[in-house]
Write a protein that binds this ligand. Structure first.
Ligand code: GLN
Length: 302
């Protein structure tokens, strides 16, 4: 039944070729624009997939909940909360702004909050710990796409501005260049749609990877990460998303989206054409359709 619905949703969304891939670096502009993959992985280890589910692409902002998770594990809820709030910002993901009273980034799902989370990772070799963490969620060793990383680093002035702003107000108390470099690397980690489904299913399974049975995150911290994904994961489309899909989620400008039904399943979509908010057009449409047909909305009343 699930496989049939996945096929139908895939077919229903396939012909929508509106939107365009991100083009702020040549590597993202050069992807096959009409690739489309859709996966659903259950918390008890089943994986359903349709389309281009083994095509590699960069995780981009879907990295944010996972680095936030590692920062929480390293520093604890209270210390992380002193640096990053959990309020939706209603602003674009790369907004150069902090909360006026506390100087904190509004939440860890926008760039300022994600760069702050990256600054809280403990060493030595902070980035390798980030890569290990994502790999535990995915159940296989993930690697950086070096060409994307080089381009992110060559062009990333806005993110550097955010890093320096955070350093100037003391929210980051280490070298901002090193932290922003870590952030560029985390965004450049290459995944497939199938990987993202397992990462989402690990969040659904209270932090335990359903394929490897390895714990990637504690239950309490998984709850925090999913909460912030619910309110802040889809940038300034978060309200519309909660209304029409009703699942904690995160998107990235590489064209990926993950969505999680806690305790039950993870969904992932890859389709690189983006809407004006930087969310995958077919990704949003497919999640809406799956949520409706499988009655996944967390406010669904039978
Ligand atoms: N690398 C991108 C940036 O930092 C990621 C943004 C995104 O996926 N929304 O601007």
């Amino acid at each position: 039944m699930v496989a049939g619905i996945l096929d139908e949703v895939y077919a229903a969304c396939r012909d929508d070729t509106s939107g365009a891939p991100a083009d702020y670096i040549p590597e993202l502009a050069a992807v096959a624009p009409d690739s489309f993959g859709l996966c659903l992985a259950t918390a008890d280890g089943l994986v359903y997939r349709v389309g281009d589910t083994d095509v590699g692409f960069t995780i981009q902002s879907i990295s944010k909940p996972f680095t936030y998770a590692l920062a929480l594990a390293d520093r604890g809820l209270d210390e992380v909360a002193r640096h990053i709030d959990v309020e939706p910002s209603g602003e674009p993901f790369n907004e150069i702004a902090l909360e006026p009273d506390t100087q904190r980034p509004s939440n860890p799902m926008i760039n300022s909050g994600a760069i702050t989370a990256a600054s809280l990772i403990e060493g030595p070799d902070e980035f390798e710990r980030v890569r290990d963490c994502y790999s535990r969620f995915a159940g296989r060793e993930l690697r950086v796409n070096d060409a994307v990383y080089q381009s992110e680093s060559r062009t990333g002035y806005r993110n550097r501005a955010i890093g320096y702003m955070l350093r100037s107000v003391g929210i980051i108390d280490v070298d901002p260049d090193a932290v922003v470099d870590r952030y560029f690397r985390q965004c450049s980690i290459e995944v497939t749609c199938a990987d993202l489904a397992v990462m989402a299913a690990t969040l659904a399974d209270n932090g335990v990877n359903p394929a490897t049975h390895e714990r990637a995150l504690s239950t309490a911290l998984t709850e925090r990460v999913l909460s912030v994904m619910t309110t802040c994961g889809m940038y300034n489309a978060a309200g519309d998303w909660v209304t029409t899909v009703g699942l904690p989620a995160k998107s990235g400008v590489g064209g990926g989206i993950i969505a999680v039904l806690p305790g039950q399943l993870g969904i992932s979509v890859y389709s690189p054409r983006l809407d004006g908010q930087g969310n995958s057009v077919r990704g949003v449409a497919a999640c809406r359709e799956l949520s409706r047909r499988l009655e996944l909305h967390f406010c669904h009343v039978t």
